[in-house]
Write a protein of this length. Structure first.
Length: 97
C-alpha cells in the first residue's frame, strides 16, 4: 500500500498554502487501495489538490479516529470507516450462537 500520509512538498515551498488545499483521506483497506480500485489518486487528479492517503488495512473506526487526531491539519478530509467494525461484530455474534 501507500505510505501513511505520503507527503510531497508544495510547488512554491509554502507548506501553509499546501495545508489549505490538502485533502486527508482516512479509512481502512478500501481507502488504502488494497481491495478494489485505489480511489485516492483519482480524487487527487479530479480535484487538482494534494490528497494524503491515511488508509490502512484492518483499521476500525477507533483506529481511524486516532490517526485523524494525530494527522497534520488539512483543509478537507474524507472518512471511510465501519466495514471492519461490522465484520468483527458479525464474527462475534456468529461465535455466540
Amino acid at each position: 500500500g501507500a505510505e501513511p500520509g505520503r507527503r510531497r512538498p508544495a510547488p512554491d515551498g509554502d507548506d501553509g498554502a499546501a495545508a489549505r488545499g490538502r485533502v486527508s483521506c482516512f479509512g481502512d483497506s478500501h481507502t488504502e487501495g488494497i481491495f478494489g480500485a485505489p480511489w485516492v489518486p483519482d480524487l487527487e487528479r479530479l480535484l487538482a489538490r494534494e490528497c494524503r492517503n491515511y488508509g490502512r488495512n484492518a483499521w476500525t473506526a477507533e483506529s481511524v479516529a486516532r490517526c485523524a487526531a494525530a494527522a497534520e491539519p488539512s483543509q478537507d478530509a474524507t472518512v471511510l470507516v465501519g466495514t471492519n467494525n461490522v465484520m468483527m461484530e458479525l464474527a462475534w455474534r456468529a461465535g455466540k450462537q
